[in-house]
Design a protein around this ligand. Structure first.
Ligand code: AR6
Length: 182
């Protein structure tokens, strides 16, 4: 299932599926600050991409919450994996919203620095880190849409959602932008 919207001459796509199977220049990982691997998206990306991604993560050593770092993509159909660290949900008064939007923004900046044309995001923070999906989706969609509207190398951003419920929550947030469905 797939829905696409246009923002100027850029595209924002919502997709139900497994991010490791998505073809995009950059695939974003929902990592932790130690870049140590784990479950969820992180486990899936390292399993599918092979050990060289973890080797690069070890050399980088870590990444602060609210930021992101790039590595190669191993066997994945991408040029880069961007490892983003979302905040753990602590009730909402611990700066979570800012840290989550910073994590998305850093991914987008890194993609621009690498002059990439497409990027695929999972729903950062809303699995093991417990960020409520309705709130996270609003931040994710607005941050990415703002970036697509502001002079970027990116032509396409994809949100890869892992459940139809998450997909409909993200679709509702995209609907609020007032963009046109393509
Ligand atoms: N493709 C797309 N989305 C997925 C996939 C997949 N293959 N697998 C899970 N999801 P999470 P977080 C969804 O827990 O909350 C790890 O252990 C999932 O259903 O992967 O940022 C790390 O090492 C959920 O909607 O990331 C960290 O320690 C979303 O992806 C910690 O979890 C994010 O869930 C990060 O937690």
């Amino acid at each position: 299932m797939e829905t696409e919207f246009t923002i100027g001459d850029r595209r924002l796509r919502l997709l139900l599926g497994d991010i490791t199977e998505v073809h995009a220049d950059a695939i974003v990982n929902a990592a932790n600050a130690h870049l140590a691997g784990g479950g969820g998206v992180d486990g899936a990306i390292h399993r599918a991409g092979g050990p060289e991604i973890m080797e690069e993560c070890r050399q980088i050593g870590g990444c602060p919450t609210g930021s992101a770092v790039a590595t190669g993509a191993g066997r994945l159909p991408a040029k880069a994996v961007i490892h983003a660290v979302a905040p753990r949900w602590r009730g909402g008064a611990a700066g979570e919203a800012r840290l989550l939007s910073d994590a998305y923004r850093r991914c987008l900046q890194l993609a621009d620095e690498m002059k990439l044309a497409s990027i695929a995001f999972p729903s950062l923070g809303t699995g093991a880190y417990g960020y409520p999906v309705a709130e996270a989706a609003g931040i994710a969609v607005r941050t990415v849409a703002d970036h697509l509207a502001s002079g970027t190398s990116l032509r396409l951003a994809i949100f890869v959602l892992f459940s139809s419920r998450d997909l409909s929550v993200y679709a509702e947030e995209v609907g609020r932008l007032g963009t046109s469905a393509a």
